[in-house]
Design a binder for this molecule. Sequence first.
Ligand code: AMP
Ligand code: MG
Length: 402
Amino acid sequence: MSFPMNVSVEYAIAALERELKQPDAREVSLPEAYGLTLARDLSALVDHPSLDDSALDGIACRVEDTLNASPESPTLLELVGEVAAGSVFSSRVKPGEAVRIYTGAPVPDGANGIIPVEKLEFVGNGVKVFQPARASDIRERGSDFERGQIGLTRGTLLNSSTLALCAAMGHPRVPTFRPLRIALLSTGDEIYEPGEDLPPGGVYNSNRYGLEAKIRSLGHQAIILPRTVDRVEELESALSSVGEVDLLLTSGGVSMGKYDLVRDLLIERGEVKFWKVALRPGGPAMLGRWNNLPVFGLPGNPVSSLLVFEIIVKSALYKLLERKDAPHRILKARATTPFKSVPDKRAYWRAKLEFENGHPTVSDFVDQRSSVLRSMVENNALVVVEAGQKVEAGNEVEVIWL
Ligand code: AMP
Ligand code: MG
């Protein structure tokens, strides 16, 4: 059987995206939409503001009546009423008249300027004004957005700002991509759940919890399968009973060892789209299918599984939902320590990103073994080193800010 091996990170991302089906759109309420992705362009149902309104508390009047007003020689206007946000002033402002107005209140007909309360003195049923009224303190109808205008486009992440805009545009519900159902299968004789007694040689299942959190943080649904031991029959029956999901992520069992059965099963009885990616850590990653089910095999080492998810799986999921924002914050920083390169592979070293007087610097975390989860916890960045690239202290490097 032949399949691509040692593919690039970009190839792996594109191949995974190809195996996945873009989920359908469904309408959900705004609170439910938090963290999901907009599935269609969204246009405004109303003008905002809905009328010309005041940007501040003060009076509305005619600019031409106040042109000569100054602190030394104020102009006196007659106060004929008031208008607050949510109501509309019923008559027209005539020459020499003013209406008390509050932020967000519609500007009465006849008025074309605002004077802030700080520049006024109320006297009986009149008001002294110490500066000319300004038209620029009127927020024009539709100046934020007009009815019918597209305010948010398909692929937008629904977060606090964008949800607020959905509401401002008048939408109680919005079309979102259905969250993907992503099943997680941990494999390995040595794997136990936290809370269980750990026999000698046992390892607590950290991948499951790290990956589940990553899936949920992307707005998708994690379906946790019981972990399987390294026996072909058990793994095969686990794969065959996964049920309706969009993607199966396995952890462990894709490396070069005798007990790496996910790899064996996919090669012998499934379908392999690629095996091994030219990155470190995480090189053994695999993509295949088990009947109709796309299967992405993550390496078992805790750092590798989280990192391959972050770099490959997350990027593919962003593309699948046509996300407008980038999956990673990438910047250039000055290395304060050397970083190794790896022959024929792109390395992602765990590192500490700091800002010295606003300038980003990045330093190596000493223990880069892919079994050392602390390297993910005590660091906040990945330094990207291409094969053959020499990074000495003082060089500029590309950094992913986690
Ligand atoms: P494997 O990829 O199955 O060869 O596993 C590589 C290393 O990762 C071994 O040291 C495993 O014990 C460890 N490992 C595999 N799965 C997990 C898991 N779910 N949680 C923590 N460590 C794991
Ligand atoms: Mg294993």
